[in-house]
Design a protein around this ligand. Structure first.
Ligand code: BTN
Length: 320
């Protein structure tokens, strides 16, 4: 109901309580109560005895009604669960993904203002204070589990594109999925899945973007390598707009991936790469390998050329 009232308030400068009550088939007292609810979550609404209610400003929150109003996706983010605070959007998204049969559709989005136990890759903690974008998307691609790295790479391309569209900033991708500005991390991606031998049951793509945050809020040991969009741009970024743009780009690339057009996504990934052509050291779990990052292959693996000329294919690992 509150969302319907918002819709009318957005359309006109002033709307009387009487008109709202008539349009929604409720009493004027019920309208007043809904207006109070909206004010409680941060909408500034003034009322004039003769003219009625007027929406003055919106809260700087990632509320579904704010995100969905300008969202032109077909299914990504059409269903949205919003939390002022939770442990981790990936945890909730994974719980939701298990309930596909009960109507949790592809593209369902979990979004939070902050996370108390945000998860990074390799079981690291992911610091997620107020001011960032912390979201996870539930997907059910009919693809083989080997596609998981491609999904992560395409998410990174969508993030770089969205950042560019909204801020003009040209960020870079450090294989496989760190987004960097001036060599510092601004965004991370955590892809998790459940699969059978040859088919994916579900995938959860979690992305965290440091938007309007001061890097000094981060734990000391990562401060030096962390940056936010606000710091790179020297002004605050409209988070709602960035979420909308990211979801639109994400859907575009995900559709391409499903049409088996990964090579063209990979072409873009290479344009934004921070890794290719560099001498790197990579931690691949059981050992550390050194060499030149010469390519990414058609399944998303990094090709490293060792000093002795041997080529190794790295499917998962971390560049040190
Ligand atoms: C990394 O670079 O280590 C990946 C970080 C991924 C963080 C995001 S924030 C939203 C989603 N929920 C989580 O708990 N993690 C991901």
């Amino acid at each position: 109901m509150a969302n319907d009232i918002l819709k009318f308030l957005r359309e006109k400068e002033y709307v009387s309580g009487e008109v709202l009550a008539k349009k929604l088939g409720i009493s004027r007292v019920a309208v007043w109560k809904q207006i109070q609810k909206l004010k409680d979550i941060g909408y500034r609404i003034i009322s004039d005895q003769n003219l009625g209610y007027c929406l003055v400003s919106r809260p700087d929150l990632l509320l579904p009604q704010e995100i969905q109003i300008g969202l032109s996706t077909k299914y990504i983010g059409k269903e949205m669960y919003y939390f002022p605070k939770l442990k981790s959007t990936n945890i909730i998204a994974k719980e939701k993904a298990l309930h596909r049969a009960e109507g949790i559709d592809e593209g369902t989005l979990i979004i939070a203002e902050r996370q108390s136990a945000g998860k990074g890759r390799l079981s690291r903690e992911w610091f997620s204070p107020v001011g960032g974008i912390w979201l996870s998307i539930v997907l059910y691609p009919q693809l083989s589990p080997s596609y998981i790295s491609r999904i992560t790479l395409m998410t990174a391309v969508a993030a770089v594109k969205a950042i560019k569209i909204c801020t003009q900033i040209e960020s870079q991708i450090k294989w496989p999925n760190d987004i960097l500005i001036n060599e510092k991390k601004v965004c991370g991606i955590l892809t998790e899945m459940s699969a059978e031998l040859d088919i994916i049951n579900w995938v959860v793509v979690g992305i965290g973007i440091n938007v309007n945050i001061d890097h000094r809020e981060f734990p000391e040991d990562i401060q030096e390598n962390t940056i936010s969009l606000k710091e790179a741009l020297d002004k605050e970024v409209l988070r709602v707009k960035l979420v909308q743009t990211f979801l639109q780009e994400f859907e575009k690339y995900y559709e391409k991936l499903k049409r088996k057009e990964f090579p063209s996504i990979l072409g873009e990934w290479k344009l934004y790469s921070h890794t290719l052509g560099k001498k790197i050291r990579a931690d691949i779990g059981e050992r550390i390998v050194t060499g030149e990052a010469i390519d990414i292959n058609e399944s998303g693996a990094l090709i490293l050329k060792k000093e002795d000329g041997e080529l190794i294919e790295i499917i998962s690992g971390t560049i040190i």
